[in-house]
Design a protein around this ligand. Structure first.
Ligand SMILES: NCc1[nH]cc(CCC(=O)O)c1CC(=O)O
Length: 339
């Protein structure tokens, strides 16, 4: 296999000189944080930077004495722009370089779109914190069409997500689905150049970048069930950094955490690779959690769905139960056929 060049990294200067004081917790408990400086590893796409800066701002507000800086990195997933990611190795592509920075101590935490975090991390890493979710739905972006149902036969719709593609093909078999890659700005530019009649993107990314006005329609979960973790941010640390768990605890969001645990349990049980059109979407309401999931063939000819409501505190068990139901209802055959 060809060896990729090692990542180019840079400390991104932000908002003046770093302060050098010690970094106590609000309670001034010196055990809480060993260092006076926290470094956040992040990809350098605009969306990744927005997300890392969001975490940086939250941490600075919680710990004003502490210097919180970003370490920007380019991952393999960012460098491979010409191929559909599911064909070249899947989700780990966006995470690995950031994990290397955690491993060798160049960074303390990594901020990810939770959707891009593999369900099974290596044992030396931990998903310590799941933050409040943005709108988890998919969005239709188009200058020409307000609804998928308005698009005429042969119209071209862009997405490189097997999950989106199979659901579109199932309901709108007369449309042409063409691959669409690149960061958000690149994808929008391709649409604006007329390479597509419409594209489908996560609403969360568009909103975060102030591009919410590009959304024509939010797709209902019945039409485009979201991916596990879509719209949520996850913070990854080295599993042995107990000191950081308490530091990050105030950033966790209980309802999103329950939703994400249920959704990720479905992906884990079903093998969660990008090769399989798989969607899992949970909605917490008080103590209860409604979970919907599906597995499809890439052409959308078969879609197996399952839905259950359970207790939010048993989120992972709910995810497993829904996964078992999918398998029994035919997902096992679909997964076997995809190899
Ligand atoms: N797969 C890329 C990716 N990872 C996270 C987001 C959007 C933000 C989110 O879902 O949190 C996107 C873009 C997209 O799906 O349109």
């Amino acid at each position: 296999m060809k060896k990729e060049p090692i990542s180019n990294t840079s400390i991104i200067p932000k908002g003046g000189a770093a302060r050098a004081e010690a970094c106590p917790h609000r309670n001034r408990d010196p055990r809480i944080l060993k260092n006076d400086r926290l470094i956040i590893a992040t990809r350098e796409s605009q969306l990744a930077l927005w997300q890392a800066e969001h975490v940086q701002a939250r941490l600075r507000a919680l710990y004003p004495q502490c210097s919180v800086e970003l370490l920007g990195m380019t991952t393999r997933g960012d460098r491979i722009l010409d191929r559909t990611l599911s064909k070249v190795g899947g989700k780990g592509l966006f995470v690995k370089e950031l994990e290397t920075a955690l491993q060798d101590g160049r960074a303390d935490l990594a901020v990810h779109s939770l959707k891009d975090v593999p369900v099974d991390l290596a044992p030396e890493f931990a998903l310590s914190t799941i933050m409040e979710r943005e709108d988890p739905r998919d969005a239709l972006v188009s200058a020409r069409y307000a609804e998928l149902a308005d698009m005429p036969a042969g119209a071209v719709i862009g997405t490189s997500s097997l999950r989106r593609e199979s659901q579109i093909r199932a309901r709108h078999p007369h449309l042409q689905v063409r691959p669409l890659r690149g960061n958000l700005q690149t994808r929008l530019a391709k649409l604006d150049r007329g390479e597509y009649d419409a594209i489908v993107l996560a609403a969360a990314g568009l909103r975060r970048l102030g591009l919410g006005d590009r959304i024509r329609t939010l797709l209902a979960p019945e039409d485009s069930l979201p991916a596990a973790g879509q719209g949520a941010l996850g913070i990854e640390i080295r599993a042995d950094r107990e000191d950081l768990r308490a530091v990050l605890a105030p950033l966790a969001h209980a309802a999103t955490t329950a939703e994400a645990l249920a959704e990720r349990a479905v992906s884990r049980r079903l093998g969660g690779s990008c090769q399989v059109p798989l969607a899992a979407y949970a909605q917490a309401q008080g103590e209860s959690l409604r979970l919907r999931a599906l597995v499809a063939t890439p052409d959308g000819a078969r879609i197996v769905r399952a839905e259950r409501t359970g207790a939010a505190r048993d989120a992972e068990a709910l995810g497993l139960a829904v996964a078992e139901e999918l398998l029994a209802a035919g997902a096992a055959d679909i997964l076997a056929a995809l190899g």
